[in-house]
Design a binder for this molecule. Structure first.
Ligand code: MLT
Length: 237
């Protein structure tokens, strides 16, 4: 269990990683793929994204800086913008402040999956099945955080993954941070808003008027697809 800034090869080697940026990058990417986007190409900066568009006009540019749409981009980072009629069959180049960077940082892991409440169960089940086939013993959860700090929403979602793994496995060893995330999640599992209303990024998005995104990203398991970051792109497995 790590914040993406602290992720090292040592931590991630010989593991599968689940990268979580609950509000909102990984939730948005998963929803875009679930609505039929062919592929998402996460990039670290705006210039790189614009270069993709120059080379291929049919790609959509999505993402945010400060939570808001980037000038010249097609889409912001709200999952609700990634409707079927907008994204179906499209390649989307995305850059966000923390989420896309966290994905790149996780590339020391053997496989990298995207995590969110919206598809956590399916993702956890798929990972367990693959881990068994692959004799993989370690699953690392990488929280994107916000502005170089941990954020509560990612930790709650990590706790939900710990909860699912605990239910599915007879024996599981967790580090202290995973244990803390699990206990915190269990305390607020029925109403995460109850604790998140005191947290930084949740309030930032609320102030920007993204209440509907908060509701959306905190709903559990209504999406069936599992998303993997592989060969520099996010695709459905
Ligand atoms: C990020 O990558 O930092 C976030 O997804 C920001 C956001 O909520 O748009």
């Amino acid at each position: 269990f790590s914040h993406y800034k602290e992720v090292t090869e040592e931590i991630l080697k010989d593991s599968y990683a689940i990268v979580i940026d609950l509000l909102r990058a990984t939730s948005t990417m998963i929803w875009a793929i679930s609505n039929g986007a062919n592929v998402i190409i996460p990039v670290e900066n705006i210039l790189e994204a614009k270069l993709f568009k120059k080379l291929n006009e049919s790609v959509l540019l999505g993402g945010e800086r400060g939570g808001l749409k980037i000038e010249g981009f097609d889409l912001d980072n709200s999952p609700l913008s990634y409707k079927k009629e907008v994204v179906f069959g499209k390649a989307i180049v995305m850059t966000t402040t923390n989420g896309t960077r966290a994905l790149k940082k996780a590339s020391f892991a053997k496989r990298i999956f995207l995590g969110s409440f919206i598809n956590a169960k399916k993702t956890a089940e798929y990972i367990l099945k693959e881990a068994l086939k692959d004799d993989m013993q370690k699953i690392a959860i990488v929280c994107a955080g916000t502005e170089k700090k941990f954020t509560l929403e990612d930790i709650l979602c990590a706790g939900y993954f710990a909860d699912i793994f605990k239910t599915c496995l007879e024996k599981i060893e967790v580090d202290d941070l995973s244990l803390a995330s699990y206990e915190l999640y269990k305390k607020f599992e029925n109403d995460p808003h109850e604790i998140l209303k005191y947290s930084y990024h949740y309030n930032h998005l609320k102030k920007l008027g993204f209440e509907a995104d908060l509701e959306f990203c905190l709903k559990k398991d209504f999406v069936d697809c599992v998303c993997e970051y592989k060969n520099l792109v996010v695709e459905k497995v």
